[in-house]
Write a new protein. Structure first.
Length: 147
């Protein structure tokens, strides 16, 4: 059932997976060993904790449900949505909303909320523009497609 669901969704957009070294670095440098993937599946997740598109069948494999229904107040998250503009925009807007909510309600002793967002550097991308002008943006790294 799981394989059929993901096979049926194949071809719905481009997606670039991060190399294992990137996951390890993000986990060590930003997440204190507790990084959560926001767009993964039981077939491609690097960590045990992840959000996925098909929570009804993925929950048995550790999925925490859809990223768009996920409401964390703290923690570190890797956001690497399918490279479909509408999905990337929605993901960027969801991150912004969560960061605003977290900032307003977080006490001084609570862990902060942080997202590392992975997306293509398309010059006309509305999602990239939203991310660049976010008050929460703390930096950008452009990686050449050949890397």
């Amino acid at each position: 059932c799981l394989l059929l669901r993901y096979h049926g969704a194949a071809g719905q957009g481009y997606h670039a997976s991060c190399p294992a070294a990137v996951f390890r670095a993000l986990n060590e440098d930003f997440a204190d060993g507790d990084l959560v993937e926001c767009f993964a599946s039981p077939l491609n997740c690097f960590f045990d904790r992840f959000c996925s598109a098909h929570a009804d069948i993925d929950a048995a494999f550790g999925s925490m449900g859809s990223f768009f229904a996920f409401r964390p107040a703290s923690g570190s998250f890797q956001v690497n949505p399918p490279f479909v503009e509408t999905v990337m925009v929605r993901a960027a807007q969801h991150c912004e909303e969560l960061l605003k909510d977290s900032e307003a309600g977080r006490g001084p002793s609570e862990r902060p909320l942080a997202f590392t967002f992975v997306c293509p550097g398309w010059k006309e991308s509305q999602a990239l523009a939203l991310l660049k002008r976010s008050a929460f943006n703390r930096g950008e790294v452009l990686i050449a497609a050949v890397d």
